[in-house]
Design a protein around this ligand. Structure first.
Ligand code: HEC
Length: 441
């Protein structure tokens, strides 16, 4: 029997694997974005401090650096590998696709990342111990290394959405995959967004400055930075959305909730209002207010943004050839990758998946519910909760259909790949019947 190269399925019945990954990623994004944005802010402040001989600005940079070390770097270093672990079990073939195309790019990113870590330590612990010019160079080195890590990761994230050039499928080539119209929009949007995160988190450090005049000056500087960065991020986002493939826009229209655009505007308005307040009345900047603002950015800014980005590329998880449920949905001649669909059409999933128990390979009257359960886990659980709660619960989505109607929907629409927001999921009639039986048991 010929088996496909599939892995066991990780199913989390309460949150769903996607959300587990999402929660880890949102914390990581706040930590990493703040750090990259702060690195750029440090380079600016250190240059001003050096030119105008203002040691208090350098002291601010050093204290902010300590906060980054304790929070961003600890949280970032825990959640970074956390993303790797959870993504690897949630989507082994998606990660495999990225590694096969980008292992050297990732290695390059690691070099910059190591530079970044060395940079932040040097910046904090060598302040006032080396001469000013050397310190300034260290701060600039930290900024360049930090921004470079972001640039590289964004190229890989863009590829996950859509390979840069269509020629990539036939010719391969790292740069064909890496550089697409979507890459540059995202670089600008993220850079601006990072500066905004740095301005919000920088408020926590600024609120603790003892000298009132200097504290107000920093509050205002950060407010101006925050407003400019938020506007650029917002415009950058519009541009990025304009470069998306038609397919992504269709999927977005189906998947994003109706309130999404309103909430985007509300978040943008809230950010501008917050910075306007701290600019006009800088003394209101307190540790609590700025911590609350940072949490709000995470909950109302990063979470919707990351989930929208994840949503747009569905039903694919990587390069528009690996489906979210790990099935390879198209040939990639450049990599020698072949679509799984013909094999699935010929034999069905139960006979093709290496981790299906032997007793379930053929659907029988006795094993119908169990075989249906296996199919639901393999084919559907990446996007749907199998019960009546959680993400897109199949219990609710199928509530209006009886078992025969559902079996018809599965073999008519899902098994033929007729729904653009769901993968093409070939199944024999017996498998469709078993799946419907399980879902309606
Ligand atoms: C790539 C993710 C993905 C996979 C895998 C997936 N679905 Fe869906 N499914 C969706 C989305 C998105 C919707 C739209 C509804 C929503 O967003 O709440 C949906 C909707 C549905 C609906 C409601 C009808 C409709 O078209 O809106 C049913 C029924 C359904 N899915 C069944 C299944 C079954 C059964 C499987 C497994 C054989 C499956 N889906 C696999 C993403 C997926």
């Amino acid at each position: 029997m010929e088996l496909l190269g599939m892995y066991p399925t990780w199913y989390d019945p309460t949150l769903g694997s996607g959300w587990v990954l999402g929660v880890i990623a949102v914390i990581h994004v706040l930590a990493s974005h703040t750090s990259v944005g702060a690195a750029l802010v440090f380079a600016w402040l250190a240059t001003v401090a050096y030119r105008r001989q203002r040691p208090e600005l350098l002291e601010y940079v050093r204290r902010y650096g300590v906060v980054l070390l304790v929070f961003s770097y600890v949280l970032g270093s825990i959640t970074g590998p956390g993303i790797w672990f959870s993504a690897t079990v949630a989507s082994p073939r998606g990660i495999s696709a990225l590694i096969h195309s980008y292992v050297w790019v990732w290695a390059t990113e690691w070099v910059f990342f190591v530079g970044e870590v060395v940079g932040i330590y040097a910046l904090v612990y060598l302040a006032n111990k080396v001469d000013q010019k050397t310190h300034l160079n260290l701060v600039r080195f930290f900024a360049i290394a930090s921004w470079a890590t972001m640039l590289i990761i964004v190229g890989i994230l863009s590829f996950m959405m859509w390979p840069g050039q269509p020629a990539w499928y036939d010719q391969g080539g790292t740069l064909n995959g890496f550089y697409g119209p979507y890459t540059f929009g995202q670089v600008i949007t993220r850079t601006a967004f990072m500066l905004m995160c740095a301005a919000v988190v920088g408020g926590i450090v600024a609120s603790r400055i003892a000298d009132a005049d200097f504290r107000n000056e920093m509050a205002r500087k950060l407010a101006v930075l925050g407003i400019v960065a938020a506007v650029v991020a917002f415009l950058g986002l519009q541009w990025t959305l304009g470069t998306l493939p038609e397919h992504a826009r269709e999927v977005m229209a189906v998947r994003l909730p109706a309130w999404f655009v309103t909430s985007l505007w509300a978040t943008f308005g809230g950010i501008i209002a917050y910075f306007a307040l701290t600019f006009l009345v800088p003394r209101v900047l307190s540790p609590w207010l700025s911590v609350a603002a940072a949490v709000a950015v995470m909950v109302f800014g990063i979470w919707p943004e990351e989930t929208a980005r994840e949503s747009m590329r569905k039903p694919w998880v990587a390069g528009q050839y690996v489906y979210s449920n790990q099935v390879i949905g198209r040939d990639v001649p450049a990599l020698g990758v072949q679509s799984d669909l013909p094999a699935l059409q010929a034999r069905g999933m139960l006979a093709s998946h290496p981790f299906v128990p032997e007793g379930l390979r053929q659907v029988t009257a006795a094993n119908q519910a169990e075989a249906g359960h296996a199919l639901a886990l393999i084919y559907c659980s990446n996007c749907h909760n199998l019960g009546a709660s959680g993400i897109r619960p199949l219990g609710n989505l199928t509530a209006g259909m009886d078992e025969a109607g559902l079996a018809g929907f599965i073999s008519g629409a899902l098994a033929t790949g007729a729904m653009p927001h769901m993968p093409h999921m070939p199944m024999s009639d017996a498998e469709a019947g078993a799946l419907a039986h399980f879902l309606k048991r």
